[in-house]
Design a protein around this ligand. Structure first.
Ligand SMILES: *Cc1c(COP(=O)(O)O)cnc(C)c1O
Length: 387
């Protein structure tokens, strides 16, 4: 079966600004400053400013932005860091690579964002920081986060890899905590043509430490004051990102409108157990992903629905099918099934629908119509129910 509606389509945004992207790439080739070049410094400043932060330090990936960023904030061995169980595994890998001890909290069932009550239960006298993951493009409430961090005297380190320019309560993603990590993986809201990431911070010393850490720990050339690594955002990638940045708000707005359309059209399916996640931040939600829940009162299993959509040429995804605490690589952390009920329940019920700037109203209608057909028609025979 051919794909009628892909899960993401990057070609639409690239075609629209292709000449600009090509010029930007050619300029770097002519300039020859491939590592730590001019376009990198320009992009770092522009992205920090757009995110209401003071400093930006480009690195090779979002994972490195977390791992090196935590280190730059002075978080490491002996420090406990609270993170949600239902995040992309890179959040966890970043904490572990910084040498800190990850401590999971559960999420809210209706937003999939970290549940601060659950987080409060795992605070100890070793807890140094909390990593709110602005999952799917919606920020964790900055006010509640700040109250929480003040109460327990913790640092806030944002994982904003899915939330470029997201807003809530007057804050932009990346401006709430001591520092924030972003990813420029191609399919993120702001994507490079390869891997990339950035750390944002308001603190000049953290920025300076980060500049050393990404460059072999060098204070200046061939003088190494600490253990660093090689993790730079390539100048070519920065040049591409700088060209894309002025369009980001428009693209995010488009995602938000598409999500509103999905919300509106899916509303009648509530009685079939199909429920979108709550948007608590209006136009500030940048919908990196549009995710629905297939609840236990749905006549269809998630697998059956996903398979059916696939046969109809509609690609979907699951973000994420296994919570971090149950990943085989990390059983040594000592967590088990049942520790985080909401995260576990969601992992088996969520489905991400096609979402990208340029997805049309007609395509949204087609997706919703196809879901409606699936849940209202007897296609039970496709698969057994999962719960
Ligand atoms: C993408 C992502 C990362 C990791 O970014 P990479 O650039 O792929 O290393 C971290 N956290 C979250 C929530 C992400 O979605």
């Amino acid at each position: 079966m051919s794909i009628n509606i892909p899960f993401v389509n990057l070609d639409i945004q690239h075609q629209a600004i292709k000449a600009k992207l090509e010029t930007a790439i050619h300029n770097v080739i002519n300039q020859g400053d491939f590592v730590l070049g001019k376009a990198l410094a320009e992009f770092e400043a522009a992205f920090a400013s757009a995110s209401q932060s003071a400093y930006g330090v480009g690195v090779a990936s979002g994972t490195d932005a977390i791992a090196l960023g935590l280190k730059a904030c002075g978080i490491g061995s002996g420090d406990e860091v609270i993170l949600p169980a239902n995040t992309f595994v890179a959040t966890l890998i970043g904490v572990l690579r910084a040498g800190a001890t990850p401590v999971f909290a559960d999420c809210d069932f209706h937003t999939a964002l970290i549940d601060l009550e659950s987080a409060a239960h795992v605070v100890t006298n070793k807890t140094k920081a909390i990593i709110p993951v602005h999952l799917y493009g919606q920020m964790v409430s900055p006010q509640k986060l700040r109250e929480f961090a003040d109460k327990y005297n913790l640092l806030i380190f944002e994982d904003a890899a899915q939330a470029h320019l997201a807003e809530r309560e007057g804050y932009r993603a990346g401006s709430v905590g001591i520092a924030a990590a972003f990813s420029f993986y191609p399919s993120k809201n702001l994507g490079a043509m390869g891997d990339g990431g950035i750390l944002l911070t308001q603190n000049p010393e953290i920025a300076q430490t980060m500049i050393r850490l990404r460059n072999y720990g060098a204070s200046y050339k061939y003088y190494h004051t600490e253990m660093g690594t090689n993790s730079r955002l390539d100048t070519i990638q920065a040049a591409i990102l700088r060209e894309k940045l002025p369009y980001l708000q428009t693209w995010n707005r488009d995602r938000n409108l598409i999500a509103n359309e999905y919300d509106r059209q899916l509303a009648p399916l509530a009685k079939y157990g199909i429920t979108p996640f709550e948007n608590q931040s209006g136009t500030g939600h940048v919908y990196h992903l549009y995710v629905i829940r297939i609840d236990s009162d749905c006549p269809l299993s998630r697998q059956a629905l996903q398979d059916y959509l696939n046969t109809q040429g509609i690609q979907t995804g699951i973000h994420y099918p296994i919570p971090c605490h149950l990943q085989p690589a990390f059983t040594y952390l000592g967590y088990k099934q049942g520790d985080f009920p909401n995260s576990e329940k969601l992992a088996s019920r969520i489905l991400s629908l096609p979402m990208y700037p340029g997805l049309t109203k007609e395509q949204v209608s087609h997706v919703v119509k196809t879901i409606t057909t699936a849940v209202t028609t007897n296609i039970e025979s496709l698969t057994a129910k999962n719960e």
